[in-house]
Design a protein around this ligand. Structure first.
Ligand SMILES: NC(=O)c1ccc[n+]([C@@H]2O[C@H](COP(=O)([O-])OP(=O)(O)OC[C@H]3O[C@@H](n4cnc5c(N)ncnc54)[C@H](O)[C@@H]3O)[C@@H](O)[C@H]2O)c1
Length: 440
């Protein structure tokens, strides 16, 4: 396999980015999705979500002729040597476990069409054991039988940096069961490996675990500093200074050590819950019981944010105007899945406030999922007549904001910085009451 032809199954945040980047690296790629609208938009050169740099690269790779999109499983089965599986694995409603129906549907659609040798490379984040189950299914249902190989290749990209993370990842992980599977992965990632990116070769179970344990670690680090923020609040200490001091310790490091409103999005929350659910099935639930607390600390930050904002409007939201800066779960993304910002905004609305939200990229998604919130097209309009302004997603636009631009529009010069990302001195010097989580 010198230069394999690739398919990417599921063209969401992960799959669309992967398809475009692999085409940019010189491979012939077909992206497949069951959503015909998404496929049509991608084929027309339009990324259906916000991801910096991806639009230009999509148009460039479409023009090159190396990238196309389809809804036809027949087409990709005929075409590709390596099929990357990138469909969603959301949390099941009312449970911690992951909903595996999208993965299962994709494999069930693909398997009977695999009449020639190929490799199926799982990228979705899955409960450990899934790869082994899918491999058995493929062996049984693919006409090419043992010529179809399953490997696991977990993905670590961050939304907002997805292109860079895909083109130059920290590492690649290939979970394989044979030299052939490893060769296929080395061929499919040759340009990245040639650039010196390390590859860790593992068995299937380890590869699946790398992803969920990475997310468990990151979630734990965030919740650790947020737990320290809770303690700081009790003694009027400053968690921002605390984390700064900790960060100089090279054993600890400063990344993912920012206290604030906590994590959200389509990965960390559901991945740690699915990991706990799977550990329970495996009889090792005690090993992950600490993740229950990690999740609880994270949820408590949202409640604390609401309480702090309420304190700042003299104890009641009834009839108050609240301006919210940020809706996406993090900056540089339009992803609102389990967004702490929208969760807080919605709790405050339910408590009787009129909440107006502005976000540089996520307004359409927010309007769709939270129709009862009010929305504004600019930060200024969101803050108009506000009794309080809440900074809930740390977009550069907000971090760089001169407080004086809001002076004339708000009713009260009062801000709560849910992300500890604004400069308190600057805001206070401009006459604002500045409050933040974990700080005096
Ligand atoms: N978004 C991230 O930053 C990120 C990072 C690493 C890993 N992951 C993992 O990658 C997976 C995908 O995440 P995402 O954020 O891209 O999700 P997403 O919801 O944006 O995309 C999933 C896509 O799969 C499509 N799909 C569903 N069923 C299908 C089927 N049977 N055949 C073909 N396409 C189908 C959907 O239409 C959708 O476009 C998840 O397991 C996630 O945990 C995501």
């Amino acid at each position: 396999m010198t230069k394999p032809r690739l398919s990417v199954i599921g063209t969401g945040y992960l799959g669309a980015t992967h398809a475009v980047c692999m085409a940019e690296l010189g491979f012939d790629v077909i992206g497949l999705d069951v959503d015909p609208v998404k496929v049509a938009r991608l084929a027309a050169g339009e990324v259906p979500f916000f991801e910096p740099g991806l639009d230009d690269l999509l148009r460039k790779t479409l023009d090159s002729g190396r990238l196309r999109f389809t809804t036809s499983y027949d087409e990709i089965a005929e075409f590709a040597d390596v099929h990357f599986l990138c469909v969603g694995t959301p949390q099941r409603k009312g449970e911690f476990a992951a909903d595996m129906s999208y993965v299962d549907n994709a494999i069930e659609a693909l398997a009977p069409r695999l009449t020639r040798p190929c490799v199926v490379a799982g990228k979705s984040t899955v409960p450990v054991g899934t790869a082994e189950r899918l491999a058995a299914y493929l062996r049984e249902h693919a006409p090419a039988g043992s010529d179809v190989e399953l490997v696991w290749n977990p993905e670590f990209l961050r939304e907002g940096y997805a292109v860079d993370d895909t083109m130059s990842p920290d590492r690649l992980v290939f979970g394989v069961t044979s030299p052939r599977g490893e060769e296929a992965m080395r061929a499919a990632f040759a340009p990245i490996l040639d650039a010196g990116v390390p590859a860790v070769i593992t068995d299937l179970a380890t590869a699946q675990l790398v992803k969920v344990s990475a997310n468990a670690f990151l979630a734990t680090k965030i919740s650790f500093i947020n737990a320290m923020a809770e303690v700081c609040e009790a003694v009027h200490a400053d968690v921002k200074k605390l984390s700064e001091a900790l960060s100089y310790d090279t054993r600890i490091g400063g990344r993912f050590l920012h206290a604030g409103l906590g994590f959200g999005g389509g990965c960390l929350p559901k991945d740690i819950r699915a990991f706990m659910a799977r550990a329970g099935e495996l009889g090792v639930d005690q090993a992950l019981s600490f993740l229950t607390e990690v999740d609880a600390i994270n949820q408590r930050r949202r409640a604390r944010m609401v309480d702090l904002a309420r304190e700042c409007v003299d104890g009641s939201f009834q009839g108050r105007q609240v301006g919210v800066l940020g809706a996406a779960f993090k900056p540089n993304s339009d992803d609102i899945r389990d967004s702490p910002a929208l969760d807080v905004a919605n709790r405050i609305r339910k408590a009787g406030a009129l909440v107006t939200v502005y976000d540089p990229a996520a307004l359409d998604n927010a309007r769709r999922d939270y129709p009862d919130l009010a929305y504004a097209e600019t930060a200024l309009d969101a803050a108009r007549d506000a009794d309080i302004v809440l900074h809930l997603t740390e977009w550069r636009e907000f971090r760089d904001m001169d407080p004086r631009v809001l002076d004339g529009v708000v009713r009260e010069k009062s801000i709560v910085d849910g992300r500890n990302a604004l400069d308190p001195d600057l805001w206070r010097a401009a006459g604002w009451r500045y409050r933040a989580l974990g700080r005096p």
